[in-house]
Design a protein around this ligand. Structure first.
Ligand code: KE4
Length: 427
């Protein structure tokens, strides 16, 4: 694949941007080679600056659930921009967005916008600590909640990809109150609460962890987390930055029937623009300034153009139809990739939840990050590069989830499966 222009741009980028990228996982360090640069995107496709067309299964890490450059999002952004780009004063779209989130997610009675998922998660744990008066927070290894100092402990996503899940520059004192446990292990959570009575403010968890590849909660596990937090006066915070409005109209909490105390959102609610949000029970949210003592703020929170893009995304997701389509496409891809691996004699564990998926190069089940770490990353690397040569862009790390949009056609999936069958034969 001709990448001349991308290579020139990357050489230039390296002069001014650390690693040539504005977010580490984009650097292709886990899969070799240099990243391509995108010229434009539409629907399920990307075109790089050398004119190569790619079917995209990263979808800007989740936001492009309707595919890229959806006409309704583009029109909404253009119309909003004509009225000004930012006011720092309340604008009507903030109210529309807040009402829509509260209507779609019954556990959310009040919500506050931020400009990233990191901000949403950081604010939610500060709020949990302020509301309960307790300091300790439980997180799970392999889960990623943005680059929050106190949560960059055995984190997933890029931190796991680069093998430093505990980032430099975070003083030990900042993570002293972060208790890290294995995911899907109820006994570990029980022991933690027993060992730390009345000191745990809450649990923050990705309901379907998508930052160490993708694995699912064991049956009853999320219900258990809800019960044990309630029994101990702690809060359950579901980090739905990735799963929110993707795994169901009301997110993973609707799909799994869970009622958390707080939820974090991002990605889909911004339609590709910088948006995060956190929300939940009114008596907790009302602890936030200017009403209460927990401070939280943001110059661009509720930005009118970002709200317009997010609302256009969410309004197109207002019925079950797009979710049924995402489920169909996900099932088609899962069946096809499993068949390709079987015919090639390559051990692959394919985990999927709706339109999120991960192909681990291992024959063993993957239920947590320790299982995920047993995957054959060299084989994944060769698979990634082979698929890229076939015009298929997968997440550039074994420890990331893939995403499908409503713009992916059955033909796209068939082409992807055929490419996988060819590449896997050569692994
Ligand atoms: P942002 O600050 O990147 O908007 O959101 C952080 C975040 C929080 N919670 C979950 C569950 C997330 O998946 C994320 C961000 N996801 C990664 C992809 N694994 C973003 C990609 C990147 O870091 O470049």
């Amino acid at each position: 694949m001709n990448r001349v222009e991308s290579e020139k741009l990357f050489a230039e980028a390296l002069k001014y941007i650390p690693g040539g990228v504005n977010s580490p996982v984009r650097a292709f360090r886990a899969v070799g080679g240099n990243p391509f640069f995108v010229n434009r995107a539409s629907g399920s496709k990307l075109w790089d600056v050398d004119g190569n067309e790619l079917i995209d299964y990263v979808l800007t890490w989740g936001p492009a659930i309707l595919g890229h450059a959806h006409p309704k999002i583009i029109a909404a952004v253009k119309a909003a921009a004509d009225r000004g780009t930012s006011f720092g004063i309340p604008n009507p779209l903030e109210v529309t967005m807040a009402r829509l989130i509260c209507e779609r997610v019954p556990s959310v009675k009040k919500v506050r916008m931020t400009s990233s998922g990191t901000e949403a998660c950081m604010s939610a744990i500060r709020l949990a600590r302020g509301f309960t008066g307790r300091d300790n927070i439980i997180k799970f290894d392999g889960c990623y909640h943005g680059h929050v100092d106190s949560l960059l402990v055995r984190a997933g996503s890029g931190a796991l990809t680069f093998g430093h899940p505990d980032s430099a520059g975070v003083p030990a004192s900042f993570t002293r109150h972060t208790l890290v446990l294995p995911f899907n292990d109820a006994e570990a959570v029980k022991a933690c609460f027993a060992a730390n009575p009345n000191t745990i403010a809450g649990i923050i968890v990705e309901p379907v962890p998508g930052n160490a590849g993708l694995y699912l909660p064991q049956p009853g596990y999320l219900e258990f987390l809800s019960e044990i937090t309630r029994a101990n006066g702690a809060l359950l915070i579901l980090d739905e930055v990735m799963t929110g409005f993707r795994l169901a109209r009301g997110g993973a909490q609707e799909r799994f029937g869970i009622t958390p105390d707080l939820s974090c959102f991002g990605k889909v609610i911004g339609g590709g623009l910088p948006v995060g949000a956190f929300g939940g029970r009114a008596e907790i949210m009302d602890c936030l300034a200017p009403l209460g003592p927990v401070y939280q703020a943001g110059t661009l929170s509720g930005n009118p153009i970002a709200m317009a893009a997010g609302l256009a995304n969410l309004e197109a997701l207002g019925t079950d139809a797009p979710y049924q389509l995402l489920e169909e496409r996900g099932a088609q891809l899962e069946a096809g990739l499993k068949a390709a691996a079987k015919s090639a004699g390559v051990p692959v564990t394919l985990n999927r939840c709706g339109s999120m998926f991960c192909a681990y190069f291992t024959g063993a089940p993957v239920h947590n990050v320790s299982d995920a770490m047993r995957s054959d990353r060299d084989r994944f690397k060769r698979f990634f590069q082979g698929m890229l040569e076939e015009g298929i862009y997968l997440a550039p790390s074994q420890f990331e989830s893939g995403f499908i949009s409503t713009a992916h056609t059955a033909g796209d999936i068939e082409r992807t499966v055929a490419a996988a069958a060819k590449v896997m034969r050569g692994l």
